[in-house]
Design a protein around this ligand. Structure first.
Ligand code: NAP
Length: 311
C-alpha cells in the first residue's frame, strides 16, 4: 500500500522548502521529496549576499539547511528519491520514485523541481563549481572585482551576464563555439559597445585550468586550426542555458516550448487542478532564490485553498 499525503512537494530548493514551511504551518503535514540535488542550485554556490535578512552574507548550503530545519519544525517530513514518473490523470495523484520500487499518493502536488544550469562537461569544471566556476553573475559577480573573467555562451544569457560582470571585472572575455552569436541584436550590440568585453569566437572550451584550488584559465581549441591555448581568467561564468527539470512530467502538464511549466496568471495553478508549480521550474525570467521562495509561498497558499475547497 502506497503512503498517502494531502500534499507532496517535489524538490527542496528555496521554492519547495518555502512551500513546505507554509504548508506545514497550515497543518497540511507536507511530505517533501529531495531529488538528486538536495537544496537545489544554492548548494552549488558559496556566499549568498542578496538574500534579504543576511547583511553579512550566508553560505548557500547553510541557507538551505536552515530552510530545511524550519520546514521540519512545522511538521514537514523529508524523503529522498528521484521522481521518475507521476500520474496526474486522476486523484489521488501517483508519484513514482527511483526505479519504481516506491510510490506515493497525494491529494495535491507542488512541483518545485527547479532548473539546472547546463554545464560544459569539460575536465576541471565539476571540481571548481562554486570556487571560480559559476552559473550566476548576479550571485557571484561581486567576488571578481578587478579580476579578468570569462563568460561562455553566445545567447542572451551570456550577453547579459557578460555585460553585468563588467561592473566588477577588469575584463570579460566572451567565449563562444561559433562565429555567429545566437543572442538578440540588441543584446549583442550592447555587449559589443562595452569596452571591457573582448571576444573569442569559433573556439571550443576543452578544460578548466586550476591551481591550488583557484581557477587560472580556460583551455580552448580554435575550431578553424585545431590549435589549443589557454585564456587566463580567475573566474569562468557558464551561461549556455538552463534546463527545467520537467522530463518526468511530459504530456501531463501544459509547458512552454522550453519545458517550463505554465501557470495561470499570477497564481501557481498549473493546467491540472490540484497541481501547483513554483520556482525555477516555472520561471525562466527571474531565477533568484528570493523570487523562488516567494513563489513557493504562493503555491502553498493556493494548495491550501484548493484542499479546503475539495474537502
Ligand atoms: P540559449 O539561447 O539556448 O543560448 C545558449 C548558448 O550557449 C548558445 O549560444 C549555444 O551555442 C551555447 N551552448 C549551448 N551548449 C553549449 C555547449 N555545450 N558548449 C558551448 N556552448 C554551448 O540560452 P540562453 O542564452 O540562456 O537563453 C535562453 C532563453 O532566455 C532565450 O529565449 C533568451 O532569449 C532568453 N533570455 C532573455 C534575456 C533577456 O531578454 N534579457 C536574458 C537571458 C535569456 P550555439 O549558439 O552554437 O547553439
Amino acid at each position: 500500500m502506497a503512503d498517502s499525503y494531502r500534499v507532496i512537494i517535489l524538490g527542496t530548493g528555496p521554492a519547495g522548502l518555502t512551500a513546505a514551511i507554509y504548508a506545514g504551518r497550515a497543518n497540511l503535514e507536507p511530505m517533501v521529496l529531495d531529488g538528486n540535488e538536495p537544496g537545489g542550485q544554492l548548494t552549488l554556490t558559496t556566499e549568498v549576499e542578496n538574500f534579504p535578512g543576511f547583511p553579512d552574507a550566508v553560505q548557500g548550503p547553510e541557507l538551505m539547511d536552515q530552510m530545511r530545519a524550519q520546514a521540519k519544525r512545522f511538521g514537514a517530513t523529508m524523503q529522498t528519491g528521484q521522481v521518475t514518473a507521476v500520474d496526474l490523470s486522476r486523484r489521488p495523484f501517483k508519484v513514482t520514485v527511483d526505479d519504481g520500487s516506491q510510490t506515493y499518493l497525494a491529494d495535491s502536488l507542488i512541483i518545485s523541481t527547479g532548473a539546472s544550469a547546463k554545464m560544459l562537461g569539460v575536465p576541471g569544471e565539476s571540481e571548481m563549481i562554486g570556487h571560480g566556476i559559476s552559473t550566476c553573475a548576479t550571485c557571484d559577480g561581486f567576488f571578481y572585482r578587478n579580476k579578468p573573467i570569462i563568460a561562455v555562451g553566445g545567447g542572451d544569457s551570456a550577453m547579459e551576464e557578460a555585460t553585468f560582470l563588467t561592473r566588477f571585472a577588469s575584463q570579460v572575455t566572451i567565449v563562444h563555439r561559433r562565429k555567429q552569436l545566437r543572442a538578440s541584436k540588441v543584446m549583442q550590440e550592447r555587449a559589443r559597445r562595452n569596452d571591457k568585453i573582448t571576444w573569442e569566437l569559433d573556439v571550443t572550451p576543452t578544460a578548466i585550468m586550476h591551481q591550488d584550488g583557484q581557477v587560472v584559465g580556460l583551455q580552448i581549441r580554435e575550431n578553424p586550426t585545431g590549435n589549443s591555448r589557454v585564456i587566463a581568467a580567475e573566474g569562468v561564468f557558464v551561461a549556455i542555458g538552463h534546463q527545467p527539470n520537467t522530463q518526468f512530467l511530459k504530456e501531463q502538464l501544459d509547458m512552454d516550448e522550453l519545458g517550463y511549466i505554465r501557470t495561470a496568471g499570477v497564481t501557481s495553478q498549473t493546467s491540472v487542478p490540484g497541481v501547483f508549480a513554483c520556482g525555477d521550474v516555472m520561471d525562466r525570467r527571474y531565477r533568484q532564490a528570493v523570487t523562488a521562495a516567494g513563489s513557493g509561498c504562493k503555491a502553498a497558499m493556493d494548495c491550501e485553498k484548493y484542499l479546503e475547497a475539495i474537502e
